[in-house]
Ligand binder design. Structure first.
Ligand SMILES: C[S@@+](CC[C@H](N)C(=O)[O-])C[C@H]1O[C@@H](n2cnc3c(N)ncnc32)[C@H](O)[C@@H]1O
Length: 378
């Protein structure tokens, strides 16, 4: 893995920050990259350009003017010891988690991230409970993914084993992340990674409007985690969505145009008036079912919403929309069966809900507190 590219002549020449190109091998997979340590710089105050040194770690590089990333209005200042109380605008360039200055990837298999961040984000990271937690590994220490040529063009990421809903496929620390990258990562929904982070495997995941994975940023381990949102077979290409999938085909096309994507995923190729309305009207339909369910819970002589929920679940699964609306419906069905005394069916749907939630922020934050969504409902 290349390190120190910020200071290479090549990086200087590129617009913004980019990884040096490593040509793919004949089969399209990534060639092994030599390890280069990030050089350590001394504070250099260059005119009105941010230049900050961070003595929390000895191996902090100096901030240098980086076109497009560092505001020329920002002034850096020296900090010492465990300082984290930088002013809001101070840009710090640092390596997280702390690693020895001569560490190699053999010493630190979880790797580390060169961070360009503001003082308050650094404080937030350092005070995240458990930081720096080890990067989570897929079950059994197995490798669940490979990078290779994709029928969608360029490279893509593929499952090397069958994985179940909620399973971790890969987790990795970005090589580099910027302040905007941190902001996006912290609030990460289902949108794609941006140019604000450089990440080896996950930036090879192609887009689909019916994605089979989702990714989240785990601040405690400073890593992106890619999880299955449905069962995935060995050999299937992995996709997440770069756009809001609850829109019509033409609305999605508009959102994808800046990525240069004319989407040919099954959800776009097979789009009809019905699938367009399923996606764009889904929130309304689920909301109506939720209200009906609450009414039934209060007065069970009223019509129940089981049939409508199961029908909508089938439509959603057929269209490949494995996300929040599906989770809500699974919860409603589990809750209905539980209130009706049908424990087996309640357990079946609450298990499905828990697995889906393992791939989502809500589920994972509950999980870290020893809770699961589905079981809480029944
Ligand atoms: C994050 S990269 C994904 C990996 C990329 N295929 C590669 O070879 O590095 C995003 C780029 O991949 C291509 N891409 C991703 N999903 C696509 C899709 N569904 N259809 C066509 N091109 C796609 C687009 O060129 C897009 O800008």
């Amino acid at each position: 893995m290349k390190r120190g590219f910020l200071k290479t002549a090549k990086a200087k020449k590129t617009e913004g920050i980019g990884l040096p190109r490593v040509p793919p091998k004949g089969d399209g997979s990534l060639a092994p990259q030599p390890h280069i340590k990030l050089p350590y710089g001394k504070l250099a105050k260059t005119g009105n350009v941010a230049s900050v040194i961070d003595f929390v770690q000895p191996n902090i590089v100096t901030a240098r003017p980086i076109e497009g990333f560092v505001s020329k209005k920002v002034f850096g200042r020296e900090a010492s010891g465990d300082t984290v109380d930088y002013s809001e605008n101070t840009i710090v360039i640092t390596t997280l988690p702390r690693v020895d200055s001569d560490a190699t990837q053999d010493d630190e298999p979880d790797n580390w991230t060169e961070c360009i961040l503001t003082g308050h984000i650094k404080l937030r990271i350092l005070s995240t409970p458990g930081f720096p937690r080890p990067v989570e590994k897929p079950a059994g220490g197995k490798v669940n993914h490979r990078v290779g040529p994709s029928p969608f063009g360029g490279l893509g990421v593929f499952a090397t084993r069958s994985v179940r809903t909620g399973d971790l496929i890969v987790a990795e620390r970005p090589l580099l992340i910027t302040p905007r990258g941190f902001q996006q990562a912290a609030g990460s929904g289902s949108k794609g990674l941006s140019k604000e982070e450089i990440i080896q495997v996950m930036s090879r995941v192609n887009h689909s409007c019916s994605p089979n994975t989702d990714h989240r940023f785990n601040m405690a381990s400073l890593s992106f985690e890619l999880r299955a949102v449905r069962d995935i077979k060995k050999g299937e290409e992995l996709f997440y969505s770069y756009c809001d999938i609850y829109q019509t085909k033409s609305e999605r096309a508009e959102e994808l145009a800046p990525y240069g994507i004319v989407c040919v995923c099954p959800g776009c190729v097979g789009a009809t008036k019905e699938t367009d309305s399923l996606r764009s009207e889904l929130a309304k339909r689920v909301g109506k079912i939720q209200v009906g369910h609450l009414v039934w819970l209060k007065d069970q002589s009223r019509p129940n919403v089981l049939a409508a929920s199961l029908k909508l679940i089938a439509e959603i699964e057929k269209e490949g929309l494995h996300s929040a609306p599906l989770a809500l419906l699974l919860g409603i069905v589990a809750n209905f069966y539980s209130a009706s005394g049908n424990t087996n069916s309640a357990m079946k749907y609450s298990d499905q809900l828990d697995n889906l939630c393992r791939a989502s922020t809500l589920g994972r934050s509950l999980e870290s507190n020893g809770l699961t969504v589905g079981k809480a409902l029944i």
